[in-house]
Design a protein around this ligand. Structure first.
Ligand code: GLU
Length: 276
């Protein structure tokens, strides 16, 4: 059975781009007789605003979507800690004490996550403390997993490649699981079979696929959908405060009709679908 999910972070209200993402994931599950999950990704405690979570649920209801809700990330911290211990014991993570500025100053290459870490702390055998982050030893990880592929229903078959990321942070200081670790763990834990999300996140799937192999997790398929963009071609984003859909809901607009308009490609003025 196909299991898709919508996994918003509660650091701002949902905008029409989120509505689109939720509808795509919901409809894929429904068309295939499967299940659609909602997971609140509140791993970033500093940016999370618990007050918006209920609004998320009201927005999805307003759009006429039905879902099963799985545990939030903040309720899974012990599980992430166990994964950390496992990866440390196997030698796939190493501690790093470099400041952001030091990395910016010493990096030679840049990738989708910013400067590629030049491996300063690798081989320094630092002690793991609450003040060190833990990075993936990408060379060792790739050696272990070999050539692994992943299947995107849009982009086709991809070869997992970490070269554009280098040794990414898997745990931040204070044991805080990174997005990459938490999402990979949770999708397996929630038995997601089709990871549905926007194309902006596609490159990161390389990291997730490698983590899956290291952790011997089941491998889902992916569906990185086209994004809604504004007049200047930029994707809609919470940080640029695209209008929240709750505004339409509170004005009394018909959410099911709004969802159907999006399904038939009738987007509000100034918004269109990117063709990547
Ligand atoms: N929590 C992420 C976000 O709100 C989405 C992560 C995902 O779908 O993998 O951008």
């Amino acid at each position: 059975m196909v299991v898709t999910r919508f996994a918003p972070s509660p650091n701002g209200m949902l905008h029409i781009g989120h509505a689109w993402s939720a509808i795509v994931a919901h409809d894929l599950a429904k068309e295939r007789g499967g299940k659609f999950l909602l997971r609140i990704e509140d791993i970033d405690v500093r940016r999370s605003r618990p007050a918006v979570i209920d609004d998320f649920r009201r927005d999805l209801e307003w759009l006429g979507l039905e879902w099963n809700e799985v545990p939030t990330q903040s309720s899974r911290l012990d599980q992430y800690k166990r994964v950390k211990d496992l990866l440390v014991a196997q030698g796939f993570l190493y501690p790093c004490s470099c400041s952001r500025q030091h990395i910016i100053d010493s990096a030679i290459d840049h990738g989708p996550e910013g400067p590629i870490y030049p491996g300063i702390c690798k081989g320094r055998h630092l002690e793991i403390t609450s003040e060190t982050s833990l990075r993936l030893d990408s060379e060792k990880a790739m050696c272990r997993v070999g050539s692994v592929f992943w299947q995107d229903e849009f982009a086709g078959q991809m070869l997992a490649d970490l070269s554009q990321f280098g040794d990414v942070v898997i745990f931040r200081k204070q044991d805080e699981a990174s997005y990459h670790l938490a999402v990979t763990h949770d999708d397996a834990q929630d038995c997601v079979t089709l990871v549905t999300r926007g194309q902006d996140l596609l490159p990161y799937t390389n990291i997730h696929r490698v983590l899956q192999s290291l952790l011997k997790l089941p491998v889902p398929r992916w569906y990185h959908h086209d994004l809604l963009i504004d007049k200047s071609g930029r994707k809609l984003s919470k940080s640029r405060s695209s209008e929240p859909i709750s505004a339409l809901r509170l004005m009394g607009a018909d959410g099911r009709r709004f969802a159907d308009e999006l399904r038939s490609g009738n987007f509000p003025d100034g918004i269109s679908l990117s063709k990547a």
